[in-house]
Design a protein. Sequence first.
Length: 112
Amino acid sequence: MTPLKLIETDAGKYSLLLNAGTTEVDELIEELGHEPNGYFWEGVARLVVEHEAPDLDGRFGYDPEAGMFCAYGTDRAALAELGELLGGVATDGDRLRALVALAQATGVEFDD
């Protein structure tokens, strides 16, 4: 799940967090014409859920900011699974390239 963190914010409420600008793929994100901010990572998360883990759809919400990606909810297992998936993207340039290409091919625009 690195570099993401899953924390319990209140009893039974969880947040999955990524400090934007701290991943191994930040330079690549910029080379691909995007900003490595929380909004970009929300777009990546939505793509991953839609195309790779549709069973996660609707099990948490998103609340990104410029400096941070955040997904939140009461379903810890769903957030943990999303964290594993995004951790793989945040550490693998080829995986990131493939997702950005998928976004372009399917007309998805990142809100970065």
